[in-house]
Each structure stands twice: as structure tokens, then as C-alpha cells.
Write a protein that binds this ligand. Structure first.
Ligand SMILES: Nc1nc2c(ncn2[C@@H]2O[C@H](COP(=O)(O)OP(=O)(O)OP(=O)(O)O)[C@@H](O)[C@H]2O)c(=O)[nH]1
Length: 488
């Protein structure tokens, strides 16, 4: 006997919710996460590029300074004059008169060149033009054993941050003719360091330090904020503070390096915020679709469920839940048609409660109803899924057993008889013993099944035989053969 399945509205909602969750999860894994990873990778590249371009720009300034210093020291006319002075051909005054205007010309021609202080090979001052040097400053130009152009380092002169270079004046034949201390404007370096700050003042700070761990240049527009302390800690301990990232790149021709301090949280905060907004919007949309789906589907599902229930109801007997008489007629006709086509065996069983009137009369109809319900349950339990059970009349039941031979049908009838016999039915009036009389008709395999009316008449007649011969028994008939009674 098939179970009646009612589609569960909660199951449908559950499916909708699970689908939405799967949709959200696939959006996260296939769309959102790769996007977030790419953006983060992009940020890492941004840092690397920022550092690289800063290094190039700073290196460009230093190279320009070197070129300028070299050029100044190798101007031949004043170099020759200086050699002649060293050989005693001129006075110092004559040298100064000749050299100073030419060096001043050089200052005018190169804005970055702020001062030139020319010395003899032993370091004695000869000529000075432009921004003066601080007498309190100890300058090692020339450095012992050094004959190359070199940077001396940054110095604050005349209210400006400058870079000092020590450049040898070399004569092709006479050798070393003296030294220039060149004062260069370091403003260009600040401008380079401040360039990234214009875009973002908080997250990425570039600076220039020397290998000894001194901060030489720091963006002038930026206060000594938290990242300054982070850089100091890094230079001291060679380790980045938690939440910060430090990238370093060395500069050629100096002991300098460009250092980027990145406030990771702030750097990624904007991206994270935008990603969260995106996730929120998509999540909200999924939720909205979910709610709308539920709202739209709800009445439709309810109507479908109700329609299905109604369909069932019109096939079923209201009290027992088995098929009712009229529907059983249809089922029987269908089964006979199937057997006529495929030639398989099938059996029909009909049974009736014995002396049921007595139960009703003695205990009342409600108690009789309780017995009928328990009979229906017994049939449901014993029948196969493929069997079709009906309450055929008041206390009369029918069971269609497709693909069931004579032996199988008798076995089923015996089980039913024993099941009813073997249990006193529990009712409001106490336990009541019940017996039934059964008629079974089998249409054997390959046989020609009778019409529906004839079949009902045959099974009814078999049932009548069971009643007539003493009740509580089975009468079996095989179409085309005789009738046999099986007492309990
Ligand atoms: N409680 C209850 N009784 C019903 C229902 N339908 C039919 N009956 C009763 O079933 C009884 C049938 O009685 P009878 O046809 O005389 O048969 P019987 O008393 O069972 O005797 P036999 O069939 O000859 O063994 C009647 O008392 C009906 O009122 C029902 O739905 N509920």
C-alpha cells in the first residue's frame, strides 16, 4: 500500500535557503575571494613600484650632483690657473680674482649648485663662492687616501638642507691640483619623498637613511608620526613593528638606502572597506531574492499542496484513509486492463467483519468506528507497497494484489485472518475480539481476466461462501477453476 506523500512546504523553503547559501558561497569563492586576492597582490606591487620609482628618482638626483661636481672641478681654464698658482706663477689674490667670477657663473647656471669652496691639494682654502660653509663643521675633504669624487653628506646651511660633495681637481699632466667642496640643494630629494605623500599621507612613507642607521631625509610635509618611530625601531632592531611593512632598496655611489614604511592596516583598509561593501550588497541582494522568492512562492506552494491534498481526499475514505469504493472501481478497471495487456497474474481479496452489528449494538457506533480504524491499520501494515486497499463498504474491505499468484494471495489472506484473530481490538469499551471472513479470487498468469463486475461478483460470492460456511475463514477461487474454503 503506497504511503500518501504530502509535499512539505518547509522542505521547499529549505531548498530555497540552501540554494541561496550555495549561491553566496560560490560567489565568495569564485568571484569575491579571487578579486580580493588580486587587489591585495596589486597593493603589494604598488608598494614595490613606489619604492623602485623613488629609488630611481633619488639616484637620478645624486647622479646629477656627481656630474655637476665633476664638471665644475674639470673646467680647464681655472684649473690651469690653479696649477700656475701652485707653481708660484701667481699670487693668491690673482687666482681669486680670476677664479671667483667663473665659479659664480657656474652657480648661476646651475640652480642646484649653491656654493663652491676651492682648496689646494693639502686642503687650504683658496676661493669661496655662494653659500658659506659653517666654520663649526668638521669636514674631511680631502679624506686620507681618497682621490675620488665623493659625497660628504647632508648639512643644514643658510636655512637650507644641502648635500656636500668633495670633488678632486685633477690636471692631466700635473696630477692633483686641489679640491672643491660643493654645496648642493637637497630640496629635490624632499620633493621626491613627498610625491607619494600627495596621494596618501598616512599609509606609505618613503625616507632616505644611511647604512649606519641615521634618518637623513624624511618628508618635510609629514610630522614625525607613528611611522617615524616605526622606522627608528626598525633601524635599531632590524625588525618591522607589528602591523607595519618595511621595504628597503640601496642607492648606488653612496651608503644610502631608500626605506618605505607601510602601515598595512591603513593601506589595505580602503580596499577592505570596499570589498566589504561589495560583499554586503551581494549578500543583501541574495537575501532580497530569497525573501521575494519565499513571498512569491508561498501562496503558490500552498495552493499546490492544497490541490494535491484535495486530490488525495477525493480518492480516500474519510474515516480510514484507505481508497473509497468509487475510486477502487477505477483502480480495479485499470488493473484488469493491465493484466489483459501483459497477461500477468493478479488477485483480489475482499473481507467483511463478522457480526459487526453486534459490536455496534453492544458498545455503540463510536466503538465500532475504532475497530474499523484498527482493521484499516492492520491492512496497511500487511499489504505490499504495490497493493491497493479500499474500504469497499461499511465494514467491507477490498485489496487488489497485482502480480500475485494463487499461493501468494492465500498467504496474504491467512496472514490477515490471523492478524485480526490474534488481537483483541483495544477500544474505549475495552478489548473486543474480532474475526473476519475472506473471499479471494486469483486470475492466473496468461488467463483471461473477467470484467470488473464479474470479478467483483466472483470475490463477493467467495466471501459469501466464507460467511455461509461458518465465518472466520477464507474461500479462494481461481478463475477457470473451482472454489475452495480454508477454515481458520
Ligand atoms: N460503527 C460503524 N458501523 C458501521 C459502519 N458502516 C456500517 N456499519 C455497521 O455494520 C453493520 C453491518 O451489519 P450486518 O450487515 O448485519 O453484518 P454483520 O453484523 O457484520 O454480520 P455478518 O456480516 O453476517 O457477519 C451494521 O450494524 C452497520 O451499521 C461504520 O462506518 N461505522
Amino acid at each position: 500500500m503506497p504511503k500518501i506523500l504530502h509535499p512539505n512546504i518547509h522542505t521547499i523553503y529549505l531548498v530555497v535557503i540552501i540554494s541561496s547559501a550555495l549561491l553566496t558561497a560560490s560567489f565568495y569563492w569564485v568571484g569575491f575571494k579571487p578579486l580580493a586576492d588580486r587587489l591585495r597582490e596589486g597593493h603589494a606591487l604598488e608598494i614595490a613600484h613606489g619604492l623602485q620609482s623613488t629609488q630611481w628618482l633619488v639616484q637620478g638626483v645624486l647622479d646629477r650632483h656627481f656630474a655637476l661636481a665633476h664638471q665644475t672641478a674639470s673646467r680647464s681654464a681655472i684649473r690651469e690657473k690653479q696649477v700656475a698658482y701652485l707653481e708660484g706663477q701667481h699670487t693668491l689674490e690673482a687666482l681669486q680674482t680670476f677664479t671667483a667670477p667663473k665659479l659664480e657663473d657656474a652657480l648661476r647656471a646651475n640652480q642646484e649648485l649653491l656654493g663652491i669652496h676651492r682648496k689646494d691639494p693639502l686642503g687650504q682654502d683658496l676661493v669661496s663662492v655662494g653659500v658659506p660653509l659653517d666654520p663649526a663643521m668638521t669636514l674631511h675633504c680631502p679624506q686620507p687616501g681618497q682621490t675620488q669624487l665623493q659625497m660628504l653628506g647632508p648639512a643644514s646651511l643658510g636655512g637650507l638642507t644641502t648635500l656636500l660633495y668633495c670633488s678632486p681637481i685633477k690636471h692631466p699632466e700635473q696630477g692633483l691640483a686641489g679640491w672643491d667642496i660643493l654645496v648642493m640643494d637637497a630640496g629635490a630629494l624632499y620633493r621626491i619623498l613627498e610625491q607619494p605623500q600627495r596621494h596618501d599621507l598616512r599609509t606609505m612613507t618613503f625616507s632616505i637613511t644611511d647604512h649606519a642607521g641615521h634618518i637623513l631625509f624624511w618628508p618635510q610635509t609629514l610630522e614625525h608620526a607613528h611611522s617615524w618611530q616605526v622606522l627608528l625601531d626598525y633601524l635599531e632592531q632590524d625588525k618591522a613593528t607589528e602591523g607595519f611593512m618595511i621595504s628597503v632598496i640601496s642607492l648606488a655611489r653612496s651608503n644610502w638606502q631608500v626605506v618605505a614604511v607601510v602601515d598595512e592596516q591603513r593601506f589595505f583598509a580602503e580596499t577592505n572597506r570596499q570589498l566589504m561593501i561589495l560583499l554586503g550588497v551581494v549578500g543583501g541582494m541574495v537575501l532580497l531574492v530569497l525573501v521575494l522568492t519565499v513571498l512569491v512562492l508561498r501562496p503558490i506552494i500552498r495552493a499546490l499542496v492544497r490541490a494535491r491534498e484535495l486530490g488525495r481526499e477525493i480518492q480516500l475514505d474519510g474515516m480510514t484513509g484507505l481508497y473509497h469504493h468509487a475510486y477502487m472501481q477505477q483502480l480495479l478497471s485499470r488493473e484488469i486492463a493491465r493484466v489483459r495487456r501483459y497477461g500477468n497474474a493478479f488477485s483480489v481479496l475482499m473481507f467483511d467483519l463478522d457480526h459487526f452489528k453486534r459490536i455496534n449494538d453492544t458498545h455503540g457506533h463510536p466503538v465500532g468506528d475504532q475497530v474499523l480504524l484498527q482493521i484499516a491499520d492492520t491492512v496497511r501494515q500487511l499489504a505490499r507497497n504495490s497493493d491497493l486497499a479500499a474500504r469497499y463498504g461499511g465494514e467491507e474491505f477490498m485489496l487488489i494484489m497485482p502480480q500475485t499468484h494463487e499461493d501468494g494471495a492465500l498467504m496474504m489472506a491467512q496472514r490477515l485472518l490471523e492478524a485480526v484473530n490474534g488481537q483483541p481490538f483495544v477500544t474505549a469499551a475495552g478489548p473486543i475480539p474480532v474475526t473476519i471472513s475472506i473471499g479471494v479470487v486469483t486470475c492466473p498468469e496468461g488467463g483471461s481476466p473477467p470484467s470488473r463486475e464479474q470479478l467483483i461478483q466472483e470475490v463477493d460470492s467467495a466471501l459469501y461462501t466464507s460467511k455461509r460456511t461458518g465465518r472466520n475463514r477464507i474461500t479462494q477461487k481461481v478463475i477457470g477453476q473451482g472454489e475452495g474454503v480454508n477454515p481458520p
